[in-house]
Design a protein around this ligand. Structure first.
Ligand code: SAH
Length: 366
């Protein structure tokens, strides 16, 4: 804990630690209904409470005015409304915003709000750290500490939602922050279902995208879940030896198994799979790789999202120059593959893709 920002050290250590109650956002709708019933309240109170949380952006039980005062008091006695608190809030010149949250156990996670004229997208984390160890990524530098709970995942969305003006709404969710989402599917799915649910945030399934390093069994589990969320697969290389060099988990998996699972995903859900490809200068950005990648994907209903690597201080890898990125994109296009180059957002506050990094934030002053 030595590197934590000063303000985190007090209340989270020693005997002055606050009482930790169950987190309200960890309760599913039916669990909240049960709670209401066991406290002599009609089941519809659960929807009313959820409406205050997801629709009316309150941040305390006592603000839920049409819930009887005794019930509000009981809720406050039994549950925490927030798992933690906002440690830092940064706003970039392009109006991208980043929150650093200290959640349960003082664990730090970041979430990002990206504004575009037609959409407000939030990027959420699913784990504290990451166990995948991709060589260019900041999140994996210190391994994975733990999975976030359903409520902690939701809390990121709720906190960001409360940064918006009355007229603004979150329109899209990308599960591309810290962690491997499919390694925490058990907690992630109830969170996404709540965001999708009409009584939650009411976001369409096609507005929610889950990015994975490529865990075939979990990809199939997600496909069978029944709600067709978008799936993005982090490919980063067109053949196994290079992919294993960049994405260590590829060793036990292999590109073929991942593509087969992605094909199943498309078959079962009808959703076109996106392949993410972080461009690393001199490693995976050459014409041979572009040709190989096109061969791999042109027969598929697929989309490639090229991401020029964002710099990560201790990592000795970088993005290729702009013309080389363009050349790679054009070669894919000529090879019959649908391609876009990802825009970089929030660079001046280190909120760009892959930069959500625990250690960096704990080293500097908050
Ligand atoms: N573990 C999941 C989701 C988190 S990473 C996954 O691997 O997909 C989300 C995306 O950001 C992935 O495509 C990842 O490869 C990319 N990314 C990570 N670090 C990056 C960096 N430094 N620059 C650009 N993209 C990065």
């Amino acid at each position: 804990m030595d590197n934590l920002p000063v303000e985190l050290k007090g209340p989270l250590s020693g005997s002055s630690a606050p009482v930790v109650r169950p987190l309200i956002h960890d309760l599913s709708r039916s669990a909240l209904q049960e709670w209401c019933q066991s406290h002599g309240l009609p089941g519809y109170r659960a929807d009313q409470i959820r409406q205050w949380i997801f629709g009316k952006r309150v941040d305390a039980f006592e603000a839920m005015h049409d819930v009887p005062a005794a019930a509000r008091k009981k809720l406050a006695e039994e549950f925490d409304f927030w798992a933690g608190r906002i440690v830092r809030h940064q706003v970039a010149t392009d109006r991208t915003e980043k929150l650093l949250l200290a959640l349960r156990q003082g664990d730090l996670v970041e979430c990002v709000l990206m504004r575009e004229p037609d959409r407000n997208t939030i990027c959420v984390s699913t784990q504290v750290g990451c166990g995948m160890g991709c060589v260019f990524c900041a999140s994996g530098l210190e391994g994975v500490k733990r999975n976030l709970s359903t409520g902690e995942i939701l809390e990121q969305v709720l906190r960001v939602d409360r940064l918006l003006t009355k007229e603004e709404r979150i329109t899209n969710i990308v599960v591309m922050g810290m962690g491997e989402p499919l390694a925490n599917l058990k907690n992630l799915l109830p969170a996404l279902d709540t965001l999708h649910d009409k009584g939650g945030m009411g976001l369409g399934a096609r507005r929610i995208t889950i990015s994975t390093v490529g865990l075939p069994e979990k990809m199939r589990e997600l496909a069978r879940h029944g709600t067709p969320y978008n799936l993005a697969v982090s490919l980063h290389a067109p053949e196994n030896s290079l992919r294993t060099e960049i994405v260590p988990t590829n060793k036990g998996t292999g590109i073929e198994a991942i593509l087969a699972a992605a094909d199943d995903y498309f078959e079962i859900t009808g959703r076109r799979v996106t392949y993410e490809y972080v461009l690393l200068a001199g490693k995976n950005d050459g014409p041979d790789q572009a040709k190989q990648l096109a061969r791999l994907l042109r027969e598929r209903i697929a989309h490639v999202n090229l991401i020029p690597m964002n710099p990560v201080a201790p990592i000795d890898l970088s993005a290729p120059a702009e013309p080389r990125t363009q050349m790679f994109a054009e070669m894919l296009e000529h090879g019959g593959v649908n391609v876009t180059v990802r825009k970089r957002k929030g660079a001046d506050i280190d909120a760009a893709c892959g930069q959500l990094r625990l250690t960096e934030l704990t080293m500097g002053p908050a």
